[in-house]
Design a protein around this ligand. Structure first.
Ligand code: ADP
Length: 412
């Protein structure tokens, strides 16, 4: 195989990865992708070729932590692709703070900066940084790039980034950052090709997966988003509640006597679709269930999504296009139908057949607002950034060439 670049998305219990071939032309070509899931419980390694053919699916009992997972991945890649060079490694890093407005080549200074951001994302940032450090040891000569979930939203106005608390608290980093930025950036990059009529317009992108958020874009730049200081705000999610009155949190501490750890577990692991239904965090289970609590969970999910579409439309001063993406957004015609039905007042008219076929355009020809399904690809976005920053690919159709330093903001 030709030389390749590797994309790593290291989480608390899983390590996702993708191998991209050095591009002959503009775009990286996916070679294979996989994951090690169940780290700390019952680890399982799976790897598929780009065409979906299974290459590996087996238990990986030796994997006890993130570092072991990287070692196991390195062994497998060596046996599969030995003889080829790793040109670069791109990492998904959840938090780039206010400073990192674009991807960055990792240096010891950058790494130190990113460690300082850990208190802003204590459940994710340490795993992302652990993976970077492990790769530096395994492949000391291979350059690495950090791509942030927050960067895309640094185009938001200072008003939209504000958390209205006293200055001394805001000065300690409390502001609206937004997340899912790599997904939104990828969708923005695809709009001129897939949905050219709305690419320069007012678009709401609904990233509905087990984590869910929406982004209001004008000219493919983020104007506002439903995630905020953390990935708890906004829409109802699989196990997270989305926006709730902060007074509820005070009540949990002051009247129910819960500890910070207990409240954290409730907010990240036990609420949302799972909390409402008491059955599952998986939308497929809830849609298939006749249980009234499952139906209430689905109703609330749709209700919150509809409410946020209204709010973001107000922020945009109108809407030209709505895009669905991620696990639920791409796969559930039923949820798309219900959200679009509740948003019909905006001038949305769904084409039922196109919706069942997943579009890409799922609105009628006469719908004032066009509606689309566009599969997201955060890994490819990271591969593109890595290629550009390391000088492996050239910036085509990009206004500004990225620099090797932080803040490489360039348009797609
Ligand atoms: P993440 O990357 O945040 O883990 P995904 O974007 O992969 O999440 O979305 C996963 C979720 O998508 C699952 O939890 C499931 O609820 C939902 N999902 C996947 N396929 C379908 C489907 N056909 N119908 C409804 N929901 C689906």
């Amino acid at each position: 195989m030709d030389d390749f670049s590797l994309v790593i998305n290291a989480g608390s219990s899983s390590l996702k990865f993708a191998v991209y071939r050095r591009p002959g032309s503009e775009e990286w070509r996916l070679e294979s992708r996989g994951q090690i899931e169940g780290i700390g419980t019952s680890p399982q390694l799976s790897l598929k070729q780009a065409d979906g053919r299974k290459l590996i699916e087996e238990p990986a009992p030796e994997v006890k932590n993130g570092r072991d997972a990287l070692d196991a991945l390195a062994r497998r890649l060596r046996s599969l692709y030995g003889g080829s060079r790793v040109l670069g490694v791109g990492h998904r890093v959840v938090h780039g703070g206010a400073k990192y407005t674009g991807p960055v080549v990792i240096t010891p200074e950058v790494l130190a900066d990113l460690h300082r951001l850990t208190p802003l994302a204590p459940l994710h940032q340490p795993h992302n940084l652990e993976a970077i450090e492990a790769v530096s040891k395994l492949l000391p000569d291979v350059p690495q790039v950090a791509c942030f979930d927050t960067s895309f939203h640094r185009s938001m106005s200072s008003v939209a980034q504000l958390v209205p608390l006293p200055r001394e608290i805001r000065e300690r980093g409390v502001q609206r950052y937004g997340f899912h930025g790599l997904s939104y950036e990828y969708i923005a990059s695809m709009l001129p090709q897939v949905a050219p009529e709305i690419a320069n317009g007012r678009v709401i992108v609904a990233h509905l997966g087990s984590g869910a958020s929406m982004c209001a874009m004008k000219h493919r730049k983020s104007i506002d988003t439903t995630f905020s200081f953390t990935a708890l705000d906004g829409l109802c999610m699989g196990t997270r509640p989305g926006a709730i009155d902060p007074g509820v949190i005070l009540y949990l501490f002051q009247n129910l006597g819960l500890s910070a750890k207990e409240v954290e577990t409730i907010l990240y692991m036990k609420s949302g679709l799972l909390g409402i239904s008491g059955i599952s965090n998986d939308m497929r289970d809830l849609l298939a269930s006749h249980d009234s609590a499952a139906q209430l969970a689905v109703d609330y999910f749709v209700y919150r999504a509809t409410k946020e579409i209204g709010a973001l439309t107000a922020v945009l001063g109108g809407i030209d296009g709505l895009v669905f993406t991620a696990g639920i957004g791409e796969n559930s015609a039923e949820i798309r139908r219900r959200i679009c039905g509740a948003s019909a007042w905006l001038g949305i008219e769904l084409d039922a057949d196109a919706n069942e076929r997943r579009g890409p355009r799922i609105s009628t020809g006469t719908s004032r607002v066009s509606v689309w399904v566009i599969p997201t690809d955060e890994e490819l976005m990271i591969a593109r950034h890595t290629g550009l920053l390391l000088g492996l690919t050239t910036a085509h159709n990009r206004k500004h060439k990225p620099s090797q330093t932080q803040g490489a903001a360039y348009s797609h």
